[in-house]
Write a new protein. Structure first.
Length: 240
């Protein structure tokens, strides 16, 4: 949902309407992309152990909506410098795409969640299957170009942005919250943020939800008085 003014990448197309942080919106979006409804997003209502125990396992992905502040931007710059200096291990199986479309972070987070779990999630014919076929062997920047050119994705995003419980803001509005995704690959939890130049490996974990929550707590600790944090998890769909 963030404005791309600080993304460090050229704006190549008009801003999209931001997505609402709402599991129903994301679940309907995923279905429009051609994804089976056997997996669904659900709200994570708190980060303590008791509340986390209510989340069905396995968790395939965790989405975080958080506020972009000057303090966060300073941290992001320092983190990037540190990783470039010291290096990190990144699984070759991670699917990562840069965000070059302003306000498209909800879509980028959703794509990261789904594309990194195609060994578990059933992807039928639809926009996601076509995007994955076209981008599997491309760089994160090249993948961004494919997304920019995808009329299918733009259409599905537009439909989904209008389906929330609140009226969406105008596409030109400067939105100061941002979606990112956490996934687990090769035993490690990865932060996937299209505003960053690469995935961030946060180390080993056995349970993705717990591993992601450890990282999310550091986000909240930087902004302890800011209430604008939302967490959702991709889990087995509840039986009707």
């Amino acid at each position: 949902m963030s404005s791309e003014g600080n993304a460090g990448m050229e704006k190549k197309r008009s801003a999209w309407v931001p997505l609402e942080s709402n599991p129903q919106v994301l679940n309907e979006y995923a279905e429009r992309l051609g994804v089976s409804s056997s997996w669904s997003f659900t709200d994570v209502w708190g980060l303590d152990e008791d509340l986390l125990s209510f989340i069905s396992r396995p968790v395939l992905a965790v989405l975080l909506l958080f506020p972009i502040t000057q303090q966060y931007e300073s941290f992001r710059e320092q983190e990037e410098q540190s990783i470039r200096k010291d290096g990190q291990t990144v699984s070759p199986d991670i699917f990562f795409v840069r965000q070059t479309i302003p306000n498209a972070c909800g879509t980028i987070g959703l794509l990261h969640a789904l594309a990194n779990n195609t060994d578990t999630i059933q992807v039928g014919d639809g926009p996601l299957k076509r995007i994955l076929a076209e981008t599997r062997s491309k760089s994160p920047e090249e993948r961004a170009g494919v997304l920019e050119a995808s009329e299918d994705l733009a259409r599905v995003h537009e439909e989904s942005s209008q389906s929330g419980q609140t009226a969406p803001p105008p596409s030109e509005e400067d939105v100061d919250t941002h979606f990112i995704c956490f996934v687990r690959k090769d035993g490690c939890v990865y932060e996937l943020d299209g505003r960053k130049p690469f995935p961030v490996n946060h180390g080993s974990c056995e349970d993705l939800l717990k591993g992601a929550v450890e990282v999310i707590r550091t986000f909240i600790a930087r902004e302890p008085d800011n209430p604008n944090f939302t967490v959702m998890a991709l889990t087995p769909a509840a039986d009707d």
